[in-house]
Write a protein that binds this ligand. Structure first.
Ligand code: MLT
Length: 379
């Protein structure tokens, strides 16, 4: 039965989703599935047995997506499952830009055992005066699950919200109500607070850099709950030191940003709530089981979505590359194609064929056909 390798500590909620026949392990050379959080998989061996990888979270920059796709390994993530947790941290960050809570709390604690604490508080509190968010403009780059939740919260706090997201769905745009959609340049120019909620890709690397910071208002505040790599650290440190940027609040500590006055750092806490960890683990495990047992693909980041109701009999599942018509390929290899569904995502394709009887050896034969990356028979 299926072996699931855990490369990070995953909420126990996942264990209940996997059938009792599955083996859940932290050490296995030939797993059927891998479940992980931030473990860096780029140099991790991809065994021939591996069918799928599930990221209990949104970001997948720790997984070699193309390498997996080329081996017919489907990679899943869990969009939205930790969105509320990340939104709540981003909301804290908004307040942290003005209200100097961390140093203020530290100072208050330092008064223990001293004389006339009440007087010291009234005299000393002026060192921690900070501004409000009410009435200010928040620019949100990326209005996916997290960005759109943050937009609603910010509006409820009395902020004006502007957004940038070229890929936003019409439904989500409608649900956002008063959010004004603008170009990224206008967002940089108009916002008092900027919060980034985009994935880390080649195209988004260092999107906050010396040039984009130059477009921003003097005294802007920048929040980063997405990925450290989205911000050019040399540029942000210089901008904070010069006063161009009032505060940079980041959930991604690294040598350059630590110890800089005006840069507030949290230790990748965005999704670290029991609720988010449970939600992500549940969703990741459910998607894996559905893929392993039924071949259904939901929320993959490297293969097309494809689901098919199970009928009686066997199911052949095939992952391909550069095959325009998988049905044709199956016909040419004597597979009954009366009940086939296929879908494509760029060069990669996926097909499910329901057939009354098919031998596992047919899958082995298909694996030798050009363009077929993975073939297996279920049931
Ligand atoms: C995410 O990308 O969703 C977070 O980084 C998840 C996590 O903290 O594991």
């Amino acid at each position: 039965m299926a072996k699931i390798l855990k490369l990070n500590k995953i909420s126990k909620v996942a264990d209940k989703v996997f059938p009792s026949s599955y083996t859940l392990t932290e050490d296995c050379a030939e797993p059927d599935g891998i479940i992980l959080r931030s473990f860096k998989m780029h140099d991790y061996p991809l065994a021939d047995s591996l069918l799928c990888v599930a990221r209990a979270g949104a970001g997948v920059n720790n997984i070699p997506l193309d390498k997996c796709a080329d081996k017919g390994i489907v990679v899943f993530n869990t969009p939205g499952a930790n969105a509320n947790a990340v939104k709540e941290l981003a909301t804290c960050m908004l307040f942290m830009c003005g209200r100097r809570l961390a140093p203020a709390m530290e100072w208050a604690q330092s008064l223990k055992g001293t004389e006339d604490i009440g007087k010291q508080v009234e005299d000393g509190k002026k060192a921690f005066i900070g501004g409000e968010v009410f009435g200010k403009t928040l620019g949100i780059a990326g209005l996916g699950a997290i960005g759109s939740k943050l937009a609603q919260t910010a509006m409820a706090l009395g902020m004006k919200v502007i957004g940038y997201d070229p890929g936003i769905t019409p439904e989500r745009l409608k649900a956002l109500g008063d959010v004004k959609m603008v170009s990224l340049e206008d967002l940089y120019r108009e916002a008092d607070f900027i919060s980034i909620h985009v994935p880390y890709l080649e195209s988004t690397k260092n999107m906050i850099n010396a040039n984009t910071i130059a477009m921003m208002k003097d005294g802007v505040n920048i929040l980063n709950c997405a990925r450290g790599e989205l911000v050019d650290n040399t540029a942000i440190v210089a901008a904070v030191k010069s006063g161009k940027v009032n505060r940079y609040v980041t959930d991604f500590p690294c040598e350059e940003v630590l110890g800089v006055d005006g840069i507030i750092v949290t230790p990748h806490l965005g999704a670290s709530t029991p609720e988010a960890e449970d939600n992500c683990a549940h969703m990741a495990a459910k998607q894996m089981v559905d893929y392993i047992e039924n071949g259904n693909i939901v929320n993959s980041v490297n293969y097309p979505a494809l689901t098919k109701e199970r009928t009686n009999g066997k199911r052949l599942c095939v992952c391909t590359k550069d095959v325009a018509d998988i049905k044709n390929l199956l016909t040419a290899n004597d597979v009954d194609v009366t009940d086939v569904k296929e879908a494509h995502r760029g060069a990669y394709g996926y097909a499910i064929a329901d057939v009354k009887e098919i031998c596992g050896c047919k899958a082995d034969k298909l694996m030798k056909v050009a363009g077929v990356l993975k073939a297996r028979v279920i049931g």
